[in-house]
Design a protein around this ligand. Structure first.
Ligand code: TMP
Ligand code: ASP
Length: 253
């Protein structure tokens, strides 16, 4: 079999050229990083869980008419996605104060916000993904005003969808980050939700106990990340029923 062409290797995923033009294979690695990769570890099984969870959320979004780059899951670690041009912004939606917002503004973690707050960070690892305003985005041409209107509307729809899905299984969606891709169709461009949606890119707290079920478990050394992500998958009913054993072939359902 011919070796696939690697397009890009990120911190948690590797992208390969897909089988058809305009497609990409997204491979989920077991690497966990935090603080701009200052902290790094391999968490066995994380890639499998994020692949399945991201598929679940992207399919759900598709079902309510939110366009995404997702095409289909190929196996335990890979999914086929539409190739798109990534808007160089991390779009963060916050329902409760936490993380960098709590630090920046001195608001206790867990404080409910008066309404969802959307923030934008410029995607640049060397700069540590700095927070930017819509003024920066417009002035530097990272996205047009029309794009920004569409991005805001997508972000809020994703927030409503994810908040509801998590609430139904006793999890509070504190905040999350999405990335947006541009897809070209003839003379038109469309914005789609791209990258991944997983406990790596969300803050998820158990509603009753406040237990953290997201990457903060790794960032803050709070226990087993695999246990936390497995709990999310289990509650959502998407726990892979053939957890991969290293070295053994695994059935894909
Ligand atoms: P923050 O409070 O650190 O700014 O994070 C806000 C949300 O964005 C949180 O759900 C975690 C997510 N996030 C990422 O997905 N990637 C990142 O690089 C960072 C810093 C945060
Ligand atoms: N993903 C980022 C990193 O590795 C930061 C984070 O999620 O905390 O560095």
């Amino acid at each position: 079999m011919a070796r696939r062409k690697k397009i890009y290797e990120g911190k948690a995923k590797t992208l390969y050229e897909g089988p058809e033009p305009g497609t990409i294979v997204q491979y989920f690695k077991d690497d966990a990083t935090a603080f701009n990769a200052e902290k790094h570890d391999i968490i066995e099984g994380k890639g499998v869980l994020n692949n399945i969870l991201s598929e679940f959320f992207m399919l759900g979004l598709g079902q309510i008419g939110v366009p995404t780059h997702f095409l289909k899951r190929l196996n335990m670690r890979e999914q086929l996605v539409r190739s798109c041009e990534i808007v160089p912004l991390e779009v963060i939606v916050r329902n409760y104060a936490a993380g960098s917002m709590s630090k920046r503004l001195g608001i206790d973690e867990g404080t409910q916000l008066p309404r969802p707050i959307v923030e934008y960070c410029y995607k640049d690892d060397a700069l540590g993904d700095p927070l930017v305003s819509e003024e920066h985005i417009a002035a530097f041409g990272w996205a047009s005003q029309q794009d920004m209107d569409d991005i805001l509307s997508l972000a809020l729809r994703v927030n409503d969808f994810l908040s509801g899905v998590f609430l139904a299984v006793g999890i509070r969606l504190v905040d999350f980050k999405i990335e947006i891709g541009r897809v070209y169709e003839g003379d038109f461009q469309r914005l789609v939700v791209a990258d991944e949606i997983s406990p790596d890119s969300c803050r998820l707290w158990d509603i009753k106990t406040g237990q953290k079920l997201d990457k903060d478990v790794f960032r803050r050394d709070l226990g087993s990340l695999t246990d936390a992500y497995s709990e999310v998958a289990r509650r959502l009913g998407v726990m892979p029923n053939n957890p991969p054993t290293p070295g053994k072939p695994t059935l894909v359902n």
